[in-house]
Design a protein around this ligand. Structure first.
Ligand code: SF4
Ligand code: SF4
Length: 358
């Protein structure tokens, strides 16, 4: 077919970001000379042309109502030429070309109860998956864990008091989204699913559910004369992968769905390859509304990291240098048999590399 006859593609992805960029950023795209950090939460970028722009980073509660959004955007209209951006960690960033407007802008957001920080060697806002708000399979409310934890880490967000940047993530189920963080708080199911046999034949496509199990622990079965499923509990690794395609395989449990803390993950950095995070604390109570046990462990790890790491060492690099036995000594976290990955099928079936493969 000649090019002239081809239908243009229907674009349904992200809109072009350039149209939303501050004009100073658009003009100097790819032409930045250097940047400095005047104070926590503020970046100053200087372009080859001599133009400069200040970025003010403000932490939000992540799930924003329309009234808060109106307040925050009107501050953008007043001080930042009407240009804002949300970061992947739900911070709002204001772009200011006039240095004299930086402090009044900070004063205006702080007056509304927001915090400025999250740059350089601070604890950034925690990133999290959707939780109860948008997803149908969570075992905890990730946004609730994040809000309560950030309330406790607010001083580490507002100041540069860590050896290097600390990224923390939370995931609300055990199998799907979620990221590699310096510290990650993830759901951990500890019991096999309970099956509601009366519902299976109405709701589930049994062959897909059987195929979904990574350890082949699910078999078709007849229960009370109705087609259903059964689980070999000795094989089941309590991953929860059968729950999304078959909600009657109930894995979430107020008592037995716990949290686990993992440490040392990194997508990659300038000095090293990507690294997987490693389990350091398991079976932590999933305890809303403030999750004090999980927050306590994260604060303990941060305290040891702050005291013991060298300047500019990330959490994973610090642990690799001192060794995992020393990490457990310093933090006082118990090292148990659950920290050892001894599942013999892992080598053949689990992704053992951090590199993306297609
Ligand atoms: S981590 Fe799991 S439960 Fe949470 S939003 Fe992603 S898929 Fe849903
Ligand atoms: S929880 Fe995971 S391992 Fe257990 S039966 Fe379901 S899919 Fe299989």
């Amino acid at each position: 077919m000649a090019m002239a006859d081809m239908r243009p593609p229907i674009e349904s992805g992200c809109p072009d970001g350039f149209q939303y960029m501050h004009p100073t950023m658009r003009r100097n795209f790819g032409l930045w000379k250097y940047h400095t950090d005047p104070k926590p939460g503020v970046l100053r970028h200087v372009a080859e042309s001599g133009e400069e722009i200040f970025t003010v980073k403000v932490g939000t509660q992540r799930i924003l109502d329309i009234f808060s959004l109106r307040e925050l955007t009107s501050i953008g209209d007043e001080f930042a030429d009407g240009y804002i951006r949300f970061t992947i960690r739900s911070n709002i960033e204001y772009y200011v070309t006039d240095e004299a407007k930086v402090d009044p802008l900070i004063e205006a957001v702080e007056k509304l109860g927001y915090v400025v920080g999250g740059t350089k060697n601070s604890v950034t806002s925690l990133s999290h998956t959707q939780g109860w708000l948008h997803c149908d399979i969570p075992g905890t409310d990730a946004s609730g864990v994040v809000k309560s934890m950030m309330d406790e880490l607010i001083d580490d967000f507002k100041s540069w008091n860590m050896p290097n940047r600390v990224h923390i993530t939370t995931s609300c189920c055990q199998i799907n989204c979620g990221g590699q963080g310096d510290i990650a708080i993830n759901v951990q199911h500890t019991k096999p699913p309970k099956i509601d046999h009366a519902q299976v034949s109405n709701v589930c496509e049994r062959p897909s559910v059987v195929a979904r199990c990574p350890v082949a622990a699910i078999r078709p079965a007849m229960v009370d004369g109705k087609p259903s499923l059964e689980v070999d509990e000795k094989k089941c690794i309590c991953c929860g992968a059968c729950f999304p395609p078959c909600p009657p395989m109930m894995i979430n449990d107020a008592e037995h769905s716990k949290l686990a803390v993992w440490v040392g993950g990194n997508h990659s950095n300038a000095r090293g390859k990507p690294t997987f995070q490693k389990l350091v604390a398991s079976a932590i109570p999933n305890n809303p509304p403030r999750w004090p046990e999980a927050a306590g462990i994260v604060k303990l790890i941060l305290k040891c990291y702050k005291e013991d790491a060298r300047d500019w060492e990330r959490v994973g690099e610090w642990v690799e240098r001192i060794g995992w036995p020393r990490f457990f000594e310093l933090t006082g976290l118990p090292f148990t048999k659950y920290h050892i990955d001894n599942w013999r099928g892992a080598r053949a079936s689990l992704n053992a590399s951090t590199h993306i493969r297609f």
